[in-house]
Write a protein that binds this ligand. Sequence first.
Ligand code: NAD
Length: 251
Amino acid sequence: MTGSEAIIDRARRVLAESRQAVVFTGAGISTESGIPDFRSPGGLWSRLRPIDFQEFLASDAARREAWRRKFELDDAVGPVQPNAGHRAVARLVAAGRVSHVITQNIDGLHQASGVPAERVIELHGNGTHAVCLSCRERYELADIRARFVADGAAPVCHCGGFIKSATVSFGQAMPAPAMRAAQAAVAACDLCLVVGSSLQVFPAAGFPEQAQRCGAALLIINREPTPLDADADLVLHGESGPLLTALTAGV
Ligand code: NAD
């Protein structure tokens, strides 16, 4: 057995011993679907200073710019599909091994891979649709785009509220129901499997630590080292799709 086979074997055993695991994902699980992660040098996300929530509320120009960037980014990334990593996570959920997938991602790919929506906890919202900030009515991006292309104005709801991509911007409050659900899920789990997160964006990155404090084992799969590696029970450095596929063989 090679070193990497031995460590995957150990990870398989950690997974097999777990009665109720939680998977915590970041942008890294979706790079194999063609979505750049946050920290790629010169990447789409890091090129421009983000528009924070207060600016969005205060300025019509900022709202128009936010929508221009949103459509530019969606066009640059193109249509996306779940990859082998998302599918492996979906198999673990379907097999009853994982109670919840807590994700920082806004791409909806866990749901697209077959994880039931009620098992996915989205900490930073969802970028595949929009919402009125006042009455919370949902809007589809294709409709918003058609309006934006037609008149160049920042879209406004029939109630007069601002329409925004359903993601959590810098400076915007974290969604309380998702935060409560994530807290409950990590408190109840006996294993937290982190996949593709630099564990540097808080408060989201606090959940794996909280799981550990509640007695759960911590298993990290990431291309690069993370600040929690030293405290984890097991760390697998590499690509999440192949590693999760190997880890879930037979599930
Ligand atoms: P991050 O960019 O801070 O870290 C991603 C980590 O994933 C890095 O440490 C990187 O080494 C690792 N990685 C990249 N590709 C990998 C692969 N194929 N296999 C294994 N590891 C891989 O991401 P984060 O921790 O999620 O924080 C970034 C923030 O930006 C999040 O809050 C998220 O909301 C947002 N974001 C979301 C998406 C998305 O929805 N797909 C994409 C970019 C950014």
